[in-house]
Write a new protein. Structure first.
Length: 650
């Protein structure tokens, strides 16, 4: 997991996608970044494994302040103050970094006093000064890492306690003074050091390390070779390699943009080589990388936040997410295969494909570390420690090969990568903590959910549509994690109170927040892939939206029928999975104008096939049977026509 994506806070590569440039690591700055990053990572490991190194084992809130101080300082050193001329304000970065270290360190040293003496309500002068300094630094950090829209959001809701008493109706809330608001945000436990930051400190750092180690030891090369060995020679093989390879790699790294920039330079040219247009190849890569942050076992940062909000183990989120994610990739594979069949596109020559067994033998370190990750995560239920164990296994196993072992140069690059990725996460989520705190302290969050439920009159469809639109719009300007946290406070409780499955409701918000990655006008994933392919960004975005259409539909399906998220009896789960797969096949066949065993179909058949697929999706026997009947009729008619013409296809 290199960043938030799926999904999330902007890793250096994703920051580059937004701004075009990243603050370079040079000279002294490079050394400082590595030293601070090493200290931060060591502190996280010390806290996670209770090592008590040098007699240092801080309290929970003190540990969070230390982490914020260290990684907020790193954010100022690694993210430019302005995207246009990054070196223009270079002198400001070290000043802000020192201020972050001082304020975070001072608050960490007084962590016990903050709790015991209730500084959240009545603090000494120096505590107030440090709180003011830290909150200003957090706002600058969220501006650099999340952009102006996220900054405005943090300011608007973070300052809500100042004017909540003047708001009408359900927007009214408890009013705080300026000093009281700053104390609540910084010294309280529901804002800057609230759930988002706690999740980063306890869970996410380990997975960031795992994702960075995977890339540093050339794990990305192995998974692309494995996909090539399995599917490269098949019809339209390079597109299937992109779907499978990017899906596996992204599910372990958790970063949409980093995944595109890692696998895209390989997958997109090979797709173009066999005949896929540039915009289509870029759209395939964008969709495959976007869906990867929804794919277990790692998923994105937001999945860990979700587990904390729901009060469930991360493994419960993994189990719930696996079927919808697999269905999305099945839909992608079907579409690229039908496209290849309709256009007569072939795969790459078998002699150019690596043999499967040698690839598997060379990749045993990654398969072993993945097995360790899953075993510790799902079997031993040690979510927080699983990525550390898997990373150690990967580093030890890859040490036997000179091409993959961690040399001194790679170790330095790895440390820089880990430092920058965690820094961007901390900067974003500290700012999002202000949103959480502002809504929580004023009591508006609960009131909003109650009013939404009241106005909807119990109509869940209306609430879901409103939630989908809101998630999509917010996803355009926020990171997915920020969008999810915001709506998990305001919208998710109303969906749950309306009787919907809690995990399904939260996954619904996550899925719709992710869609902005592949949907114009923002379509950050599609634009990034278009840059790699040399295609037109908007044309690529619209094709990515078409290929990713299952992401628009699946959330509504599993919200109304939780069997798709493994909530039901095994017969119910099997029935719903089977029907949904049939429906996905029918809808993708309608999109691509191709039915296996028949070949091309005309517009009337496409419309009928799409209608039949949609009817099967409804969780009712009558509509499913009607949809199946329509599909059977279309197949029978077209088979008869093609057979008469002697043009039956496979």
């Amino acid at each position: 997991m290199q960043s938030d994506n799926t999904t999330e806070a902007l890793a250096p590569t994703e920051q580059a996608a937004r701004t075009g440039e990243v603050a370079p690591f040079r000279g002294t700055t490079r050394v400082i970044v590595m030293v601070l990053g090493a200290v931060g990572v060591a502190m996280a490991i010390n806290q996670q494994f209770l090592l008590n190194l040098f007699g240092f084992q801080p309290l929970g809130n003190a540990y969070l302040y230390y982490l914020i101080g260290i990684f907020l300082a790193l954010a100022f050193l690694t993210l430019p103050a302005t995207p246009f001329k990054p070196r223009l304000l270079w002198w400001l970065d070290p000043i802000l970094a020192v201020a972050a270290l001082v304020s975070g360190g001072w608050l960490g040293l007084h962590g016990l006093e903050i709790i015991q003496k209730g500084w959240e309500y009545d603090a000494p002068f120096m505590a107030d000064v440090m709180a003011f300094v830290l909150i200003l630094l957090v706002l600058e950090g969220v501006r650099r890492s999340g952009g102006p829209i996220l900054l405005v959001t943090a300011l608007l809701f973070g300052s809500y306690p100042l004017y909540a008493d003047f708001m009408p109706g359900f927007l009214w809330g408890t009013e705080y003074s300026l000093v009281g608001t700053v104390r609540a945000h910084v010294l309280g436990v529901e804002s800057i050091i609230g759930i988002p930051m706690q999740v980063v400190a306890e869970l996410v750092i380990g997975f960031v390390i795992f994702g960075s180690v995977l890339v540093a030891t050339k794990g990305s090369d192995f998974f692309m070779e494995l996909a090539s060995a399995l599917l490269g020679h098949s019809r339209g093989g390079p597109a299937k390699v992109a779907v499978l390879g990017s899906g596996i790699l992204g599910s372990l790294s958790g970063s949409v943009i980093s995944n595109i920039l890692t696998s895209g330079p390989f997958s997109i040219p090979t797709m173009r080589r066999v005949g896929y247009p540039a915009h289509y190849a870029a759209a395939v890569e964008a969709c495959a990388s976007t869906g990867a942050t929804l794919m277990p076992p790692v998923m994105g940062t937001v999945a860990f936040v979700m587990a904390s909000f729901l009060g469930v183990q991360y493994s419960a989120i993994v189990i719930a997410a696996v079927i919808p994610a697999l269905m999305f990739y099945v839909a992608l594979l079907l579409q690229v295969d039908m496209y290849a069949a309709r256009r007569g596109l072939m795969g790459l020559p078998r002699e150019e494909m690596p043999p499967l067994w040698p690839v598997l033998k060379s990749g045993w370190p990654y398969l072993l570390s993945l097995a360790v990750l899953i075993f510790v995560l799902m079997g031993l239920r040690m979510e927080a420690r699983s990525p550390y164990y898997a990373s150690v296994v990967m580093l030890l196993a890859t040490a036997f090969n000179k091409d993959t072992r961690l040399t001194w140069a790679r170790a330095k690059a790895l440390l820089l990568d880990i430092s920058a990725n965690i820094a961007s996460l901390v900067a974003v989520l500290a700012g999002i903590g202000l949103v959480v705190g502002g809504l929580s302290y004023t009591g508006v969050a609960g009131a909003f959910s109650r009013e939404l439920l009241l106005y909807a009159g119990g109509n869940t469809a209306l609430m879901l549509i409103a939630g989908a639109v809101t998630s999509f719009v917010l996803g355009m300007g926020m990171t997915v994690t920020a969008c999810y946290i915001f709506l998990s406070i305001l919208l998710a409780p109303a969906l749950v109170q309306a009787g919907l499955n809690p995990i399904a409701s939260h996954l619904f918000i996550l899925y719709w927040g992710m869609l902005s990655y592949i949907t114009p006008p923002v379509a950050l994933a599609a634009i990034t892939a278009a840059n790699v392919a040399g295609s037109k960004p908007m044309k690529t975005g619209f094709h990515a939206m078409r290929l990713g259409m299952p992401l628009f539909v699946l959330p509504f399906i599993f919200v109304y029928d939780p069997a798709l998220i493994m909530d039901g009896t095994w017969p119910q789960i099997f029935e719903r999975v089977t029907l949904t797969l049939v429906a996905i096949w029918a809808i993708t066949a309608a999109f691509e104008a191709w039915i296996y065993g028949i070949g091309r179909i005309g517009v009337p058949s496409r419309i009928a096939f799409a209608v039949g697929g949609v009817l099967i999706l409804f969780p009712e026997l009558t509509t499913s049977l009607l949809g199946a009947g329509i599909l059977a009729a279309v197949i029978a008619i077209n088979f008869g026509l093609k057979r008469r013409a002697g043009a039956v296809k496979t």
